[in-house]
Design a protein around this ligand. Structure first.
Ligand code: G6P
Length: 608
């Protein structure tokens, strides 16, 4: 998704901006650009494609100055061309704007501006902002930005510079994350802390409606009526090397291998072994209040939606409370039954997914208590939810989510333990669950030892054109997640299905060309799944089975086996997903795909 970085200070802006863009690459993008004030005026360079193309442009035609803004764009309005890349400028080329989000009334505004004589060169909604600011400009850039934004409907995080009010950046936020970096007489703006972390750890997370003004002397934040606001400076406590590859070929592989440690972080300080329950600081509800809920709705997108499905099983099984799981994009436009006795759990790695954020706001408007399960600290969902739990997976850079997923499942179980123990879960059962949770990190590391075997398997299957992933109960969501991982990064068509439901359609697809990945742990539905394996094998499919031990019942029915250690039923997805992540990873690498930045995908989808 689009990324913003801006710099004002005594140093050259270019290196800071280009390095910042590189740090934002992981979010996914298809063009990039930069605008710098060179002392006389504004200069802009843009390129379609990767940041290296922008660097080529800059090498061929250098620009230099101490104030600048830069952007990675993920196309929404208009193709990913050089012309549509940001920054966009006004008619005179005096004002440059970078923008994340969508201006919903851009076509109306564009018509009006064109009628007033403005000339547009791109197909983007963002260009309207440059012309609107030009129209409103009377000497003060912040006043012009504030005026222009009055006309705008939609979402934005923007950074603006102007040669008519030089050495200043004006930034504004509504619905798209933006933060300020506070240095020593130098200031930054960025959509994501990783862009500026090499320079400062002191940041201000802007709120919706904030307008920030940065120059060499300092910064201040205004509201929409130009009144000064005070905003807290936060200190970032994670390191850049945490987001560097650490010796792995790709971030995704590093993140898969981090899962032992990351789920330890999710659990740290939160398990009460003796009482068989959890301690959750950010819940913001008393035990009495927690008991008041009649039902739970969980909403999320993508991989987070898969963890929600596992959470549904856990909560219903142990806390005995009705749970519904909804795609956030569907939930927000339905007329869902939500009351003030509904608990709405919102799951998001980034905490910025537009649909999830909107679904949360909708639930809140309808009176629900909203509880965020979020990875990115200070993100919109984390800040706007009524209570919540950080999963503490650490920065996840690979676009395909891996460690966030396993941490989300653990966070859901922590919450389930808390609620279930208040309702009707026995202390003995609570303790058993905690014991199993504590064993997970070592079990994950054991599975990771089998990575070379899974790599061999990937060699065998890398040219397949379709895959089916089947599982039941807690592992139906695991099947969905395994299939999603494969399609996201290898571009092989893959479907996840409940193993028995497969005979109502997908079975028609099965032949000797179709690999079928079965998740067949020795759980309560094992015998049922064995019958499903039989059905598939009888039609010639090549079967890869994830098992938890020696299984005579599977003898002769499977072609390849990946063994994971046994654990309690509800935790099997946390283990079973690891070989599926590795399988997807190695297949994608062998197919030469760009694993960390798969085509068309974005790490954080901040548009609808
Ligand atoms: C994008 C990412 C997925 C992610 C989904 C939800 O589509 O590519 O990997 O699962 O968004 O993101 P969230 O940050 O809300 O968990």
């Amino acid at each position: 998704m689009c990324g913003i970085v801006g710099y004002v200070g005594p140093n050259l802006a270019n290196p800071v901006l280009v390095e910042g863009l590189r740090r934002l690459e992981y979010r996914g993008y298809d063009s990039a650009g930069i605008a710098v004030m060179n002392g006389n005026g504004l200069e802009t360079r843009k390129a379609a494609g990767k940041i290296s193309r922008l660097e080529e442009e800059l090498a061929a035609s250098p620009i230099s100055g101490n104030t600048g803004i830069a952007h990675t764009r993920w196309a929404t309005h208009g193709a990913p061309t050089q012309c549509n890349a940001h920054p966009h400028v006004d008619c005179k080329g005096h004002i440059a704007v970078v923008h994340n989000g969508i201006i919903e009334n851009s076509s109306v505004l564009r018509k009006q501006l064109e009628a007033n004589g403005h000339k547009f060169v791109s197909e983007t909604d963002t260009e309207t902002l440059a012309h609107l600011i030009e129209e409103a400009f009377e000497g003060s850039l912040e006043d012009a930005v504030i005026d222009a934004l009055q006309e705008v409907e939609g979402t934005y995080g923007i950074a603006v510079i102007s040669s008519d009010d030089p050495d200043k950046i004006v930034a504004a936020r509504k619905g798209s994350p933006l933060l300020l970096g506070i240095g020593d007489n130098e200031f930054y703006v960025a959509s994501d802390a990783s862009a500026i972390l090499a320079h400062t750890r002191d940041v201000i997370y802007l709120d919706d409606g904030d307008i920030a003004v940065l120059d060499r002397k300092g910064y201040h934040v205004l509201d929409e009526r130009s009144r000064r606001l005070s905003r807290k400076v936060s200190r970032i406590d994670w390191d850049l090397d945490q987001i560097e590859r650490g010796g792995f070929d790709h971030f995704m592989l590093k993140e898969i291998f981090e899962q032992g440690a990351s789920i330890e972080n999710t659990m740290r300080g939160r398990l009460l072994d003796g009482e068989g329950t959890s301690k959750l600081g950010g819940i913001n509800l008393s035990d009495e209040e927690l008991l008041q809920f009649d039902n739970v709705v969980i909403t999320a997108c993508g991989t987070s939606w898969h963890s929600a499905l596992i959470g549904e099983h856990m909560l219903e099984e142990m806390a005995r409370i009705p749970v519904e799981v909804e795609y956030a994009s569907e939930f927000r436009y339905r007329n869902p039954i939500i009351t003030d006795r509904t608990l709405c759990i919102v799951i998001s790695q980034s905490g910025e997914t537009a649909d999830t954020l909107a679904a949360m706001r909708e639930a809140k408007n309808r009176g629900a208590f909203t509880y965020g399960i979020v990875n990115v600290v200070g993100s919109s969902i984390a800040r706007e939810s009524d209570g919540g739990i950080y999963v503490h997976a650490g920065p996840e850079i690979g676009v395909a989510s891996t460690k966030a997923f396993t941490c989300q499942v653990i966070a859901l179980l922590l919450f389930t333990l808390k609620l279930a123990r208040l309702r009707n879960l026995s202390v003995v059962r609570g303790r058993e669950i905690i014991e199993a949770m504590r064993a997970l990190p070592a079990q994950i590391r054991k599975i990771l030892d089998s990575a070379p075997r899974i790599e061999d398997l990937a060699e065998e299957f890398k040219d397949s054109t379709n895959f089916l992933y089947l599982g039941r109960g807690y592992n139906f969501p695991t099947a969905l997640e395994g299939a999603l991982k494969l399609k996201e990064i290898s571009y092989i068509h893959a479907e996840g299905y409940p193993a028995a439901e497969m005979k109502h359609g997908p079975i028609a697809l099965i032949d000797a060309e179709m690999p079928v990945v079965f998740i067949t742990p020795h759980d309560s539905v094992f015998d049922k799944v064995v019958s499903n394996v039989q059905e598939v094998k009888a039609r010639g499919a090549r079967v890869i089975a994830i098992t938890t031990g020696e299984e005579p019942a599977l003898a002769g029915k499977i072609d390849y086996e990946i063994r994971i250690p046994p654990t309690i039923e509800m935790l099997i997805p946390v283990l079973a997903v690891v070989p599926l992540q590795l399988l997807a990873y190695y297949i994608a690498v062998k197919r030469g795909a760009n694993v960390d930045q798969p085509r068309n995908l974005a790490k954080s989808v901040t548009v609808e």
